[in-house]
Write a protein that binds this ligand. Structure first.
Ligand code: ASP
Length: 323
């Protein structure tokens, strides 16, 4: 009897799924963003969400659920109904690094969400407030060496992009700074401009506008080559401290979301990424746009798995964990 009910239930589900997909979306879609409004992840969500909304004929609503470097937001996405109306837009920190760092997560980043689309990535800028006397990366390193672990630097919490950037900076330069956690690097950036904190390694999409406005100083970019968006900023390697970190973003849905709906969302994300206006806005912030092939759910899922293993090694070696 039980088996018969299960069979009937799964038959009903398989009939319902394509029907659901045909009418999808019939109401607004929520994107859970794990960091504060105005920060780099929020900007990607708003730019991409607006264009996807146009494509799908529905509004995209941004839900900024902050705290614990995104792990609260991801938990909320995992517990949401798998119907395509709640998505999560995260990055290599929230959906990869946190799996190794946070020992008490009650979900599995690789199996409790399904990949929808890979989204842009950007390198980071090593920045300081204008009150820091150093004018070059070498001088910044000397300044930090003279004040070990005393200079306050912004992060969006353990496992955030700005934390991964700080770890790479510490490894490349042999220095440390005091990690001050924020709900996102949007608010941290305001404090950097106001010199409440002195340094930050943050995504170019958040730091570049402030560098251009002359409100903070940038010493180097954490990429192999200079960025077309800011050719005047040298690479960290050119300044004598090779380090490469790129923060890639992605879109996920709760496990069990019908594949037809995932496919629909993926196609809308590809349309958004191919839109000239969207590209211009993101590329101007130093973001690299993935190709449609890289954005495909299966390719993106495989990429996330590789990144998971790569960061696991790095974070275990650096003994970064929260019990
Ligand atoms: N991406 C985060 C934000 O939007 C910051 C971070 O990961 O460092 O605030």
């Amino acid at each position: 009897m039980l088996r018969r009910r299960t069979v009937l239930a799964s038959m009903a589900a398989s009939v319902a799924a394509p029907a659901l997909a045909q009418t999808f979306p019939s109401k607004p879609i929520t994107i859970i963003v794990p960091f504060a409004a105005g920060g780099p992840t929020d900007v990607v969500a708003r730019v991409v969400g607006e264009r996807m909304g146009k494509e799908l004929g529905q509004q995209f609503i941004i839900d900024n659920t902050t705290g614990a470097a995104g792990s609260i937001a991801v938990g909320k996405a995992v517990r949401s109904a798998p119907d395509g109306y709640t998505l999560e837009l995260g990055h290599v920190g929230t959906n990869v690094a946190n799996g190794t760092i946070y020992k008490n997560l009650n979900y599995d980043l690789l199996t409790d969400l399904v990949p929808v689309a890979r989204l842009p990535q950007n390198p980071m800028l090593i920045c300081s407030s204008l009150e820091v006397p150093a004018k070059t990366l070498k001088e910044l390193v000397e300044y930090l060496k003279a004040n070990p672990d005393k200079i306050p630097g912004g992060t969006a919490g353990m496992g955030s992009g700005s934390h991964l950037g700080a770890l790479a900076f510490f490894a490349a330069t042999g220095t440390t700074y005091q990690l001050v956690p924020y709900r996102g690097t949007g608010p941290a950036m305001q404090d950097l401009v106001a010199s409440q904190i002195k340094v930050m390694v943050d995504q170019s999409s958040n730091s570049l506008p402030q560098v251009r406005a002359g409100k903070i100083r940038a010493y180097g970019i954490t990429a192999k080559a200079r960025s077309a968006a800011a050719p005047e900023i040298p690479t960290a390697a050119e300044e004598g401290y090779p380090m490469e970190v790129s923060i890639w973003h992605g879109l996920w849905a709760p496990k069990g979301t019908p594949p037809e709906i995932v496919d629909r969302l993926n196609k809308a994300a590809i349309v958004a990424m191919q839109d000239n206006d969207v590209r211009r806005r993101l590329e101007d912030l130093g973001q690299d746009i993935p190709t449609p092939a890289e954005m495909a759910p299966a390719a993106f899922g495989a990429f996330q798995k590789e990144e998971y293993a790569r960061w696991q090694k790095i974070l275990v070696a650096a003994n970064v964990k929260i019990e």
